[in-house]
Design a protein around this ligand. Sequence first.
Ligand SMILES: CCCCCCCCCCCCC/C=C/[C@@H](O)[C@H](CO[C@@H]1O[C@H](CO)[C@@H](O)[C@H](O)[C@H]1O)NC(=O)CCCCCCCCCCCCCCCCC
Length: 758
Amino acid sequence: MAVCEIQVCPSDDSRLELVIPGEQHFYLRTTSAAERQCWVVALGSAKACLTDSRTRKEKEIMEASDSLCSKMSEMRLYYDLMTQQVSLIRQGIQEPRPDVQRMSEASSLLSATCDTFVRALEECVHTAASSVRPSTQQQQQQQQQLAPPAVMPPTPRSPQRPAGVKSQARASHAESTARSLPRPPPSSRKREPSNKSGRTSSSSSSSRRRLAMASTRVGAIVEEVEEEAVEAPAAEGASRPEPKAAGPREPTSQEAAASGVAPDGESHRADAPQQQAASHDADTPQQAASHDADTPQQQAASHDADTPQQDASHDADTLQLTASHDVDTPQQQAASHDADTPQQQAASHDADTSQQVASHDADASQQAASHDVDTSQQVASHDADTPQQAASHDADTPQQATTPREAIAGSDVCSRFEASDVSTQESRRPGEHQRDREDSTVDDDDPNADAADDADSINDGHFDDADDGNDGDDGEVGTAGRGEEGGAGENSDVGRVANRGFDPEKLGEGEDCRGEDPGGEGEERQGEDPGGDGEDGGGEDFQGETVETFFGVMAQRFSDAELQDEQGIHVEPFLRACASIVPVLDKLGPTAFAPVKLDFVGNIRKITQKYETDRAAFPTLQSIVGHELSSGTALVRNSTTEALLWLRRGLKFLLELLTEVREGQANLHVALSNAYGRTLRRYHGWVVRGVFALALRAAPALDGFLAALTAREGDPTGPEFRRQLNRDLDTYLGAMRAQLGALDELYEQNQLESDRVV
Ligand SMILES: CCCCCCCCCCCCC/C=C/[C@@H](O)[C@H](CO[C@@H]1O[C@H](CO)[C@@H](O)[C@H](O)[C@H]1O)NC(=O)CCCCCCCCCCCCCCCCC
């Protein structure tokens, strides 16, 4: 009653209306004007009485509460609307011939309603935050009001109506407006006038909340991506629909706002951390390296080529990137950890620079240490000596997903490629390959095991066919195969891959050349080895045991893939080699590097999807690109050619990074910055550069990075490890370089390169 407005009808002296703003509207009719007068007096007195009896404080609380109630009421209205609109869309798509135009309109409507809902929610939060904390009882009431009905009724929940009172319930309003663009009721419009950009005035003040909300959305999207990966049909030869568009979409104003970038892409530029950093950064990467005082951002910015394109061309694209990544979240996700926005975060980082510089190494090692702690469980669960090993082929077994990290790693696209491979191989110790292979052979004979594997691994479901297009000559070695590690003949992994087509489960089956020559190529470059110190197998490394690196146990290496000039790069081994990188990224920081992973894995998936539309027609990457070239789709958004373009860029970054490490760069942040400056940076506008800066902050020091490249958690990273790592890197990087070279050629020849900045 306290919030109820009593209105008499000017044209009808027996009518009056009771309005609970934004919530209910009662139309009352009395038998006569006199009776109406009595009602007005009575109701007015009741209202006045209620009002008067309240203390000021109570009044404030009530007002806030009422305001919340009315907001919540609005939200219920929008919720009803959304339900109806979703229902309309559902109905529409169930029709034999869906009307695309209508569907499109319905989606726009739904989108607008969602926006309005979010706005109302923001206002709600704003009101709640700025008002006195309500009593517990009020809170309970509010929670009840906020909770959506268990089953969404298609029709309004009608209040009980006294005789003679006509109630226009909100849901009937919903019905009547279901087809129109929803607008907040007048009450809320009055309170929260919209600004020019269409956002309410509270929007700017609630950008933090938007970020938080968006970062939650990001998490959901990451999960969705991963769920999709797990849910993807795994049956052999299962026909797949055309890949759904997984790329960026146009942002809504909400999303643009959520990303902290105004739709014009301009307004925040002055705050860009990179710009701040660039203003006092070193001139060259080397300088950045030598000035250990440089922050990661500064180091990153040290590559600032200042090409006009870099700053001028990104605006339009930034928005689009923002759309995909506001949703996909790099900024938001990172932001949700620390500061509220990347800008703020970077700014606060800048402000703290001196401190951070001083403690940089310590921080990094702490990070590395925490990575170690985090991953120890994971690896422990993969340990060959644990019972979990037996279940390592079954990505769904609880044993495999004993830690959240495992759950993440086990559910993503990369794991689709190699869930069983990685878990099996990670758990290997030298000399155990044969045993594993035997196990694997047994599994292969076991239809149940096959089924489990099929369900769990993209390898089996997608790539196990003999018809994989990889029918290279027997024993032929890839350009940069592991010849030096035991020869390239039929006994080498590479030879076998070529012999039998692609089957990672059987990779290395038979005589294994890995590990037989722990000394590597026999011409160990001790003198050159940054990590080598002349000590032979001593120090902290395992005495008398072969030191293995991640490259020795990873599911698939680039050097496992054959590169034949005339044939090109076979899709499966290439993509598997790419996917095999991801577990390291997970080890390094599943959350911090999630945006990177999402992008990287997204591109692997896009190519996989294309490949699976017709494996026979697309044995090589070149054949896919060629097909898109001839169909004129190579340069369209979200083409496979574009996905490969970005995947290739990411790989170039990795190539440069690992080359830096191989060449002895002792500061991983410098290595990262150098690699970034040489590869990705020129394609990134300030927003994505900010993402890189954040990734840089999250990156461990070199020790932590090396620890992630051990074969098993806790393995030493001493001189012997470094020597083996260098040998492995030489092989790996050689193969990678050759394949990237072939891709460069493909893109250059067909003028598929682009300078577009995202
Ligand atoms: C210590 C490890 C630190 C890793 C740090 C990585 C830093 C990379 C920073 C870049 C952030 C990128 C976030 C996403 C950016 C995207 O916006 C951008 C453009 O995306 C593309 O947009 C197209 C539409 O315009 C779309 O169609 C396309 O599909 C989409 O990709 N993407 C990129 O810039 C590509 C970035 C790829 C980065 C991959 C890096 C992989 C490196 C992994 C390093 C881990 C080390 C492991 C060593 C393992 C050894 C075996």
